[in-house]
Write a protein that binds this ligand. Structure first.
Ligand code: CMP
Length: 138
C-alpha cells in the first residue's frame, strides 16, 4: 500500500551539502518525491512538529537547532514508504546506525542527525499539514 512520509533534511544536512545525496537515495530506491520546499522553521512549527518532545530537557537545544537555518521539507511516497525510509535513515543516535544508512554514513551527533522521517501514518498526516497545503502536493 502506498504511504506518504514527511521527510526533513535538517539544517545540518543542508550545511553538509547532503540534499542531493538524500533525494537521490530515495529516488534510486523507487520512492517518489511528491512535494518539496526549502524553508526556515518557525518556533511555532517546531513546537507542533516536536509536540512529543516539548517537555524534554533537550527541547530548547533541539528548537534552536531546527529553527537555526534553512532545511528541506519533502513528502516521499511509495509502498510502505514510512518503514522503508526509517530503515534507510538509521536510528536516532547515528553512533548506533549501520553504515550504509543515511545517519550511519553522514552523522555522529544525536541532536544533529541530518534527517527526519515520519514514524507512523498518523504522524505523517499531522506533520505534512505543518509544511504543505493540499495544492502543493503532486
Ligand atoms: P528525530 O528522531 O528525528 O526526532 C526527535 C529528535 O530529537 C531526534 O531526531 C533528535 O534530533 C532529537 N533528540 C533526541 N534525543 C536527543 C538528545 N538526548 N539530545 C538532543 N537532541 C535529541
Amino acid at each position: 500500500m502506498d504511504q506518504k512520509s514527511l521527510v526533513l533534511v535538517k539544517p545540518d544536512g543542508v550545511r553538509k551539502h547532503l540534499i542531493g545525496e538524500i533525494i537521490a537515495r530515495f529516488e534510486r530506491r523507487g520512492l517518489k518525491i511528491c512535494a518539496l520546499k526549502m524553508l526556515v522553521m518557525t518556533k511555532d512549527q517546531a513546537k507542533y512538529h516536536y509536540a512529543e518532545h516539548v517537555d524534554k530537557p533537550f527541547f530548547p537545544e533541539l528548537e534552536a537547532f531546527i529553527t537555526g537555518g534553512p532545511l528541506v521539507a519533502m513528502i516521499v511516497e511509495g509502498p510502505n514508504a514510512i518503514k522503508a525510509i526509517r530503515t534507510m535513515m538509521g536510528v536516532t543516535d547515528p553512533i548506533e546506525s549501520t553504515p550504509g544508512s543515511i545517519r550511519g554514513d553522514f552523522a555522529l551527533d544525536k541532536g544533529e542527525n541530518v534527517i527526519h522521517g515520519s514514524d507512523s501514518p498518523e504522524a505523517a498526516e499531522r506533520e505534512i499539514k505543518n509544511f504543505f497545503k493540499p495544492e502543493e502536493i503532486y
